[in-house]
Design a binder for this molecule. Structure first.
Ligand code: NIG
Ligand code: ZN
Length: 431
């Protein structure tokens, strides 16, 4: 057989374990690292994984030398707010002045300021802007991701956002899953009657299901936003309409959203900074994945991070995501989140790799197709310019990806570093 591509001379090949369920507790500590390895692809899929020596005898159209560096599955980002209008740099000054996140929202800023910009933006503008973000996301080694609505807060604009995701699914090579986050905040026009707004969002569910505009739903359960009871009713209505719920839970106040997620069979519970002991135990007893977003805690300037250790040590399943959005975490860089997970969540390198691959895939219903490399699986592969798998969380804030492959095709390649040369003598600014 002539393979389409062979990536050879792999110093360390990161191979998260394929499993029917997300990896929990102790299992998150296990990660296979194969040395002197190679991988061959055919028709967009992994055809063979073996040794560098054996790869020399095989035929291929395209031989890629990994230069003794690290190769992994394409990363999975299971929580992004990809589609939005405008930006919120003006809010930085408020943050610096110590105005809390929920107070900015209460004053009509925060999420609501993005709602205004998203309502005003055309579908075309949102599409082009999201496509730009996707390019950057892919450049960091992400080949599968989730994208939420939630900046429309009315039927028209929520559907506009969901249509943008549907179009992106069809027109980009990345795998996207779509989440309807109608109850993300209470819009100004519904301030007096939040319940009516919730009902309006619930009434959209049959149409969203029928038009295949989303696979999941989500709700922001938080003080001043949606209560536990409202979140529960929205999640149950989602299930009744064939849409699996997710929840923004216990981000700021410990309302019990983590327990609710486990009771209602949510596929994931996200944020969980204030999750209680009971919540963490409930996670361990369920298949709900805890999607942790340390980039958000960092960006909101908080000292207290989600208790990842408490969750993993109790036996829960943890995934990591960027939470990319224009207000609480303005980055597309999942590698940066891996560093924060090491430094702030005290996760080990093995746990971190499992959290951005196999568990992240399970958190968005892609456990059987993404996050793992094995014969027959999609050839979503990243070559990293690092000496070993522990290096990425360690060296933070830069992009270590050298080459990103989606379904066997190269979708991003690092530029030629020689374009920038510093003269041996003289000032850099004289170049
Ligand atoms: N916490 C709620 N929603 C988003 C923030 C959205 C925004 O501030 O625009 C989050 O996950 O952090
Ligand atoms: Zn979010």
């Amino acid at each position: 057989m002539t393979y389409d591509t062979i990536i050879e001379n792999i110093g360390q090949f990161i191979l998260p374990k394929a499993a029917d369920h997300p990896l929990k507790g102790e299992d998150m500590k296990r990660l296979e690292i194969r040395e002197n390895a190679a991988i061959a692809t055919k028709n967009g899929k992994v055809e063979w994984i073996g040794t560098h020596v054996d790869a020399q005898r095989m035929e291929t159209e395209n031989r890629v030398d990994a230069e003794g560096k690290v190769v992994s599955p394409g990363l999975v980002d299971p929580h992004t707010h990809l589609v939005f209008g405008g930006s919120r740099e003006e809010e930085l000054a408020l943050k610096q002045a110590g105005v809390p996140y929920l107070e900015i929202l209460k004053r009509g800023g925060g999420i609501l300021s993005t709602v205004k910009a998203t309502r005003e933006a055309s579908e075309e503008t949102l599409f082009a802007k999201s496509k730009q973000s996707l390019k950057r996301i892919a450049s960091y080694g992400v080949t599968t991701l989730e994208a939420k609505s939630g900046y429309g807060l009315n039927r028209e604009t929520e559907l506009k956002q969901l249509r943008v995701v549907k179009r992106l699914k069809k027109t980009t090579v990345l795998d996207l899953v779509s989440t309807f986050l109608g109850p993300h905040a209470i819009p100004p026009e519904s301030k007096e009657d939040p319940e009516a707004f919730l009902q309006e969002m619930i009434a959209m569910l049959p149409h969203i299901k029928e038009e295949e505009l989303a696979e999941f739903t989500d709700v922001f359960c938080e003080t001043g936003v949606f209560t536990i009871d409202q979140a529960k009713r929205f999640m149950e209505a989602s299930m009744a309409n064939g849409l699996t719920p997710k929840i923004h839970a216990d981000e700021i106040d410990p309302l019990g959203g983590t327990e609710l997620a486990c009771q209602t069979g949510a596929i994931s519970a996200d944020h969980l900074v204030a999750a209680s002991d009971e919540g963490m135990t409930a996670l361990a007893l369920s298949d709900t994945v805890a999607v942790l977003l340390p980039g958000t805690t960092f960006y909101l300037g908080k000292d207290h991070y989600a208790n990842a250790r408490g969750m993993i040590d109790r036996g829960a399943s943890v995934a990591l995501a960027t939470d990319f959005n224009p207000g609480s975490c303005v980055t597309e860089n999942l590698q940066l989140v891996m560093s924060l997970a090491a430094l702030k969540l005290k996760m080990t390198p093995e746990e971190i790799w499992n959290a951005v691959t196999v568990n992240a895939a399970h958190a968005i219903g892609k456990g059987t197709s993404a996050g793992v490399l094995a014969p027959g699986r999609k050839a979503d592969i990243v070559v990293w310019d690092v000496p070993n798998y522990k290096y990425i969380p360690y060296h933070y804030g830069v992009n270590h990806a050298m080459l990103v492959m989606k379904a066997g095709e190269v979708i991003w390649k690092r530029g030629d570093a020689d374009v920038f040369s510093i003269p041996e003598t003289g000032r850099v600014d004289s170049v």
